[in-house]
Ligand binder design. Structure first.
Ligand code: F6P
Length: 370
């Protein structure tokens, strides 16, 4: 069993609600439970690569009850700059992984807890393996696409934002007899759209995992009208494709492209084909901010405590996960490398279809078939 005195913790990848709650749980467990000191690394892997090393000792007095409730991450984060191919100012790529490993030793750390999504966990796992650094992972991402965990930190809060948006869009849609399209995040996975769409009463939910047709959407909206309702709600995941197979993207200042634009594409195609005005709302980064939901606070707290316990037991290269109403841990190697998608024949798709929602091109499940 390794002797741990100094524990490092960092957040990596896109931020989300619940990260501060996870950092708090790590500090509480490490300091109260084991008497260790905890060092927060700034801005993901950058903090250990930069000189001087960017870090802060995390003491219990920093963690007044406020942090549990705050969105974002007090440590900062980054979703760019792979240390194995780090973009340099002259446009070249440099392997800076050695600086990361060196930073870990310079700080005198005995182990590292990485709070990140699939991409970050993959890179940090490789970095730690390269340097033989003991590491435990904690899954976070609003996209909820990390394998072997039913929930990642941030997903629940993001879905609540989608539901709140639909609650706000419905009355204005009804007042103006409109079709409201809500474009939500999720990258290549439709978890946010599906859960948010069901909970928010959407008539149409489009996810990257299930092909749709414009004709199918139009038919659903006509059916809604025939049933006597004058408005409709459409939720579309940002990673959905256009009918000719392209995924719309946006770029700012020549930076890496991000998904965006499918909502406006649909509005353009549906206007004139449905007997109503169509409007689009792009929810964007609102889904990542705000106070963490009850579920994200519980998840973050359970994950943080379990991650520290793994370090104490010398169980490394593992990720904490939520399965069957409790916290478990799984090998990181079985988790990283691909995203966990919505299963087209899974329970939530069945629920949505059972409600009469159009979820893409498949037969509606009739009561007899169910
Ligand atoms: O992975 C989280 C996420 O919010 C995705 O849903 C979204 O596509 C992406 O990050 C946005 O990234 P950025 O913050 O760089 O715009």
């Amino acid at each position: 069993m390794p002797k741990v005195h100094r524990l490092g913790v960092l957040t990596s990848g896109g931020d989300c609600a619940g990260l501060n709650a996870a950092i708090r749980a790590v500090v509480h467990r490490a300091v109260y439970g084991y008497g260790w000191t905890v060092h927060g690394i700034r801005d993901g892997s950058l903090g250990l690569m930069n000189r001087p090393i960017e870090h802060q000792e995390l003491t219990l007095d920093l963690f007044d009850s406020n942090l549990l409730r705050m969105g974002g991450t007090m440590l900062g984060t980054t979703n760019k700059g792979d240390p194995f191919a780090f973009p340099m100012p002259d446009g070249s790529l440099k392997d800076r992984s050695g600086e990361f490993v060196e930073g870990f030793h310079m700080l005198g750390l005995d182990a590292l807890i990485v709070i990140g999504g699939d991409g970050s966990l993959k890179i940090l796992d490789l970095l730690c393996k390269k340097g033989g650094l003991p590491m435990v992972g904690v899954p976070k991402t609003i996209d909820n696409d990390v394998h072997l965990t039913e929930f990642a930190i941030g997903f629940s809060t993001a879905v609540n934002v989608v539901v709140d948006a639909l609650d706000r869009l419905q009355p204005t849609a009804a007042s103006h007899h409109r079709v409201m399209i809500l474009e939500v995040m999720g990258r290549d996975a439709g978890h946010i759209a599906l859960s948010g769409g069901i909970a928010g009463g959407a008539d149409v939910i489009l996810i990257p995992e299930i092909p749709y047709s414009l004709a199918g959407i139009v038919k659903k909206i006509e059916d809604v009208r025939r049933s006597g309702r004058n408005h409709a709600l459409v939720v579309v995941a940002e990673g959905c494709r256009t009918e000719d197979g392209a995924t719309p993207t946006v770029t700012w200042g020549g930076q890496q492209a991000r998904y965006g634009g499918i909502g406006h594409y649909l509005a353009e195609r549906l206007s004139g084909r449905v007997n109503a005005e169509v409007r689009v709302t792009v929810l964007g980064h609102l889904q990542r901010g705000g106070q963490p939901s009850m579920r994200d606070r519980l998840l973050a707290s359970s994950f943080g405590v379990h991650a520290v316990d793994l370090v104490a037991r010398g169980k490394f290269n593992r990720m904490v996960a939520w399965q069957d109403r409790g916290v478990v841990d799984v090998p990181i190697s079985k988790v990283v490398g691909s995203a966990r998608h919505v299963e087209p024949d899974g329970a939530l798709v069945h629920t949505a279809r059972g409600l009469g929602t159009y979820v893409g091109e498949e037969q509606l499940v009739s009561a007899e078939q169910a």
